[in-house]
Ligand binder design. Structure first.
Ligand code: ADP
Length: 480
């Protein structure tokens, strides 16, 4: 069982306190590195979500003013930074990722709150220069209302920060539902929020029966924005549930990121970037490289550069500081990745590094590099969510562009070439919300990030991430 001074309560949080729920069933949170039980957590449902929404709605009666919001966001950023080590340990215990990545996630989260604090001034009412109908008009940025935030397990604090920073900056109160595989980091974060003494109902936390809680978020008229990060099928379901209520929804869904390497690229640098991007959280992120497309003449050299590096990766418990790649989140994910690799090998792909895991293993998937990938192989089309680099080849810019776009997803893409004009040309034709050129870095607090096509709706980060939680209201201030 986990012991932490940041986890004095294993309970939901609403109305300004941790709530003990009599007779609730519980679910277990497991350490993916060894299967040990970390905690038993109460399984909350629709009635608890309603209580949390009621508390959040009551807080909306007096949303904090702009200076109070900026101060609150800065205090959240500071407390995250102050408790980085313990939060990182909890993330690693429940998610499995290497401790260095967990530390980076805490810092990344703090940066979102800090960045949002710096944007608050832009939410002051704007007076229109034109005087239509003879009035001086002011455009107000009103908080949209209670925000229901549903987050995944791959960045338990990072994905929450992207949503909650925007919601709080906008003046919304929030009900948070973390993933049931990783609720403990979020619980620890709520212990810190509780110590900050935020107004009761400003931030609330429920977990357990995800469909029942999601149903409340979508149907309860007090919830005005639903923001979700997770799989495309669940996003589609939530979208349908919100539609009859004309409710705002922001969706950050699956990705199938192409990593396009032209023969003129710095191949060693491109290989470094595959490593930096592909193996984060053992390949379980929505911006992870999913398909490496390399110009045929560079395939051999590039594959060798990648293979050497992948072969040197150290796999094991995320708590050991020297390990580069941790376990997959659960046995089901492991089986899925194994199935994708088996399918590719049976259809003619070649494992340059890794490949089939040991039969006894069901946690740590061996970092794998596959060549000869074609679109009739499942890993050439589907999101892999594991430490597998599938490499296929193309001839020329046109073929590369068509192949990169050949997916229903549109989150992140990466282009490597020495020819910036070509990179810009190709990027303009790619239907992806984020395109890295000679870099495979992902979203940052300062820039709006989000998906095109089946990867989602709306943006997180930047001013746009705050505006997702704002309603604009136009009022005449005075006759002209
Ligand atoms: P993953 O496959 O990565 O776990 P999911 O989309 O299933 O992705 O989960 C992402 C988040 O969505 C989690 O917090 C999960 O509990 C939640 N979730 C899953 N199903 C539903 C649902 N029907 N309604 C609301 N939330 C859901």
């Amino acid at each position: 069982m986990i012991e932490s001074e940041l986890l004095p309560h294993i309970a939901g949080y609403w109305d300004g306190r941790f709530q003990s729920v009599e007779g609730a069933a519980t679910f277990e949170v497991l350490n993916p590195a060894n299967g040990e039980r970390l905690a038993r957590v109460p399984e909350l449902g629709g009635s608890h979500a309603e209580a949390a929404v009621a508390a959040a709605d009551a807080a909306m009666a007096e949303p904090p003013d702009l200076p109070a919001r900026a101060a609150m966001l800065r205090r959240i950023a500071a407390t995250l930074t102050e408790h980085r080590e313990e939060l990182a340990r909890i993330i690693t215990l429940e998610n499995g990722k290497p401790i260095g990545e967990s530390r980076a996630e805490v810092e990344y989260s703090a940066a979102f709150y800090e960045d949002a604090a710096g944007r608050i001034a832009a939410l002051a009412p704007q007076t229109l220069e034109a005087r239509p109908r003879g009035f001086v008009w002011r455009v107000h940025h009103r908080p949209a209302g209670v925000a229901g935030l549903i987050t995944p397990w791959n960045f338990p604090l990072g994905m929450l920060a992207k949503k909650l920073s925007g919601a709080l900056a906008a003046g919304c109160s929030a009900v948070v539902k973390p993933a049931e595989k990783t609720p403990l980091s979020c619980l620890a974060f709520f212990t810190l929020l509780d110590r900050l003494g935020l107004p009761p109902g400003q931030c609330n936390l429920v977990f357990g029966d995800a469909p029942a809680i999601g149903d409340v978020f979508c149907k309860d008229r007090r919830v005005r924005v639903v923001s979700f990060t997770g799989s495309t099928p669940v996003g589609r379901l939530l979208s349908a549930q919100c539609a009859p209520h004309i409710k705002r929804i922001a969706l950050e869904l699956g990705g199938n990121a192409p990593f396009v390497v032209f023969a003129d690229a710095d191949l060693e640098h491109a290989a470094e970037q595959v490593l930096a991007n592909k193996f984060r959280c053992a390949g379980q992120t929505c911006v992870c490289t999913n398909r490496v497309l390399v110009e045929a003449s560079a395939q051999e050299a590039f594959t060798a550069a990648v293979a050497t590096r992948v072969g040197a990766l150290r796999v094991g418990s995320g708590l050991e500081p020297d390990n580069d790649v941790g376990p997959l989140i659960d046995a089901q994910s492991f089986a899925k990745v194994r199935g994708l690799v088996d399918d590719a090998l049976s259809k003619g792909a070649r494992a340059v590094v890794g490949g089939r895991p040991d039969a006894s293993e069901s946690r740590f998937f061996p970092p794998t590099v596959l060549t000869g990938i074609t679109t009739d192989m499942a890993c050439g089309r589907e999101e892999i969510f594991g430490p597998v680099v599938p490499i296929s080849t193309f001839e020329g810019e046109e073929e590369a562009t068509i192949a990169a776009n050949d997916t229903e997803y549109g989150l992140a893409a990466y282009i490597f070439t020495a020819d910036n004009a070509r990179a810009q040309r190709v990027a303009a034709r790619l239907h992806f919300g984020h395109v890295g050129i000679n870099t495979a870095t992902g979203p940052t607090p300062e820039a709006p990030f989000g998906g095109m096509r089946q990867s989602g709706l709306g943006r997180e980060g930047g001013m746009e991430g705050i505006l997702e939680f704002i309603e604009l209201q136009t009022i005449p201030e005075a006759p002209a």
